[in-house]
Design a protein around this ligand. Structure first.
Ligand code: NAD
Length: 534
């Protein structure tokens, strides 16, 4: 597997600072990347702005064709993508393919086909008779240079889907990957380079939070941030000071509601997968399960049995299902929540411990019951391999508990009755709700992703996500350029009266009154065909 040249640079620049790519399964440093000096950021912006001007002037069809080329380059380099993700993020190979590679390929393919239709100027027909002599259009213009600040948990698919949308809309993209996954960030940009996108259009800055903060301070035209609530708040403040728009994709505490008529075999498999994929380090992981009393015993038992069968180990073994957590501090925060829950009477039915014989970052997939809404486990994001099962007396109580959270990212409802599922979905406070599935909407290019409350604002993916990448400009062309407008100066009592008649003509409840308002002397007709403007 090719090692990025940044590793070699380590010996050539003695003053450089580095971010290290560490294999979370072994703790071994597998690559080093030069941290971007803050002094270089202005030059990075200059290159991006120059490249963006030329890029935005290219026809949309040409930009779409470049996405097709990018898709092909990602496909050709897919093994490198999969291996980099499994090594640097500790993700099982199957997940690196399904949740990372596939998303990037599909987004490039999807937007190469759709962006032209979605971003071409759109006619705006006017409903008001008085405005019929004008023709309106919406134009979708790029912001300019967008900053994409990414987390480590989906280190390839999150930045790639955003960068693809950014460039097809005519922007330059500056990516700041997580300092925990610099190699994936490097590779994301490298694929654009291999696809021969213009130099400077897509760049990556490496480093920790200070580099991300400096990127925001440098004044991009929009910030797309994915990460924790605490960092999101800092970024929102910085953007607020500069009146810069932002999209914030923050944490989640997803609820799963299991109704009495659900298929418990399927629902329990979904709970286990939804809670433990990527070792539970997913913003849309299942973290809270509310199951109706009548089926709670059976459902819990199935979850415990299935959890105990999971194969935990390094992602380099393709048969492994649950890999390591990213860093030890992540395990510590999960342990703290479990301790708090146990002290308040929760019962751990499976897992709950580290697996030191595998390495310092491995933790057993864990099932907890006898939880209550006040436990940290039920209120704060866990971001680890833990599912907490709460028995509820009714669907009403399930909805109430699911909605009792500052987070509102996604949720799921499990039932044999799709109509009932949709009805429950309509009452859940979340950016998206799946009926009889979990999380997979993230892989549907047509589905928007994003949350409310502490989960952030704005959307990525889908047409709505693409529209976040543009400024909307309304352009209006008058069809009667030689006619001065009735509402311009030359105000008289007669004109005011005529204006009143016009209002009556447009809005009087009775048709006869409207007609009279138009035709009578001094009526609306006089305003429309007014000849005494100055
Ligand atoms: P984080 O907030 O620690 O870091 C995210 C990124 O922000 C990193 O690149 C980091 O270097 C950068 N950063 C840190 N301080 C900064 C600052 N002051 N200014 C600018 N950038 C700064 O988050 P993380 O630990 O990498 O990611 C995990 C979190 O992300 C979880 O809460 C998870 O739920 C959330 N997440 C949300 C989504 C979503 O779509 N809603 C997706 C994935 C992850």
């Amino acid at each position: 597997m090719a090692v990025p040249s940044q590793i070699l640079a380590a010996t050539s620049n003695p003053n450089a600072k580095y971010v290290e790519s560490i294999d979370p399964a072994t703790g071994e440093t597998i690559a080093r990347f030069e941290s971007t000096p803050l002094s270089e950021i202005p030059a990075i912006f200059k290159r991006a702005r120059e490249a963006q001007r030329e890029w935005a002037a290219r026809p949309l069809g040409e930009r779409c064709a470049m996405l097709t080329k990018l898709r092909d380059v990602i496909f050709e380099n897919r093994e490198e993508v999969i291996r980099t993700i499994t090594r640097e993020a500790g993700k099982p190979r199957t997940e690196a393919i399904f949740a990372e590679l596939l998303l990037a390929l599909d987004t490039a393919d999807f937007l190469s086909r759709r962006a032209e239709r979605w971003l071409r100027p759109e006619r705006v027909p006017h409903h008001n008779l008085a405005m019929k002599a004008k023709s309106g259009r919406l134009a979708f213009e790029p912001h300019g240079v967008v900053a994409i600040i990414a987390p480590w948990n989906y280190p390839f698919s999150i930045p790639m889907t955003e960068m693809i949308a950014a460039v097809v809309a005519g922007n330059a993209a500056l990516l700041k990957p997580s300092e925990l996954t610099p190699w994936c960030g490097w590779l994301a940009r490298e694929l654009f380079r291999r696809a021969e996108f213009p130099t400077g259009l897509v760049q990556v800055v490496q480093g920790a939070g200070a580099v991300g903060a400096a990127l925001v301070e440098a004044g991009p035209d929009k910030v797309f941030f994915t990460g924790s609530v605490a960092t999101g708040q800092r970024i929102a403040e910085a953007c607020g000071r500069k009146l810069m728009p932002s999209v914030l994709e923050l944490g989640g505490k997803d609820a799963m509601i299991v109704l009495g008529d659900a298929d418990l075999e399927v629902a329990s498999s979904a709970a286990v997968w939804g809670g433990f994929m990527n070792c539970g380090q997913t913003c849309i992981s299942v973290e809270r399960i509310y199951v109706e009393q009548a089926v709670a015993e059976q459902f819990t038992q199935l979850c415990v049995e299935k959890t105990k069968k999971l194969r935990v180990g390094p992602a380099t073994d393709p048969d492994m299902e649950v890999g390591p957590m990213i860093r030890e501090r992540q395990l510590e925060s999960v342990e703290a929540q479990l301790r708090d829950a146990a002290a308040r009477g929760a019962q751990i039915l499976a897992g709950g411990k580290r697996i030191p014989e595998l390495g310092s970052n491995f933790f057993e997939p864990t099932v907890v019951t006898k939880v209550d809404p006040e436990m940290k486990l039920m209120r704060e994001e866990t971001f680890g391999p833990v599912i907490a099962i709460d028995r509820v007396a009714s669907v009403e109580q399930a909805i109430e508990r699911a909605n009792d959270s500052p987070f509102a990212l996604s949720a799921s409802v499990w039932t044999g009755d799709a109509k009932r599922g949709k009805e429950v979905a309509s009452r859940l406070r979340a950016g998206s709700v799946m009926v009889n599935d979990v999380a997979s909407y993230y892989g549907i290019c047509e589905a928007p992703h994003g949350g409310r409350g502490a989960s952030g604002w704005g959307r990525t993916h889908s047409r709505l996500g693409l529209l976040e990448m543009v400024q909307v400009k309304y352009v209006d062309v008058d069809r009667l350029p030689r006619v001065a407008k009735s509402w311009w100066y030359g105000y008289t009592q007669e004109l005011a009266l005529g204006a009143e008649r016009l209002v009556e003509f447009l809005f009087a409840p009775r048709r006869a009154r409207r007609w009279a308002a138009m035709m009578q002397k001094g009526g609306a007709r006089g305003v429309i065909f007014r000849g005494d403007r100055i």
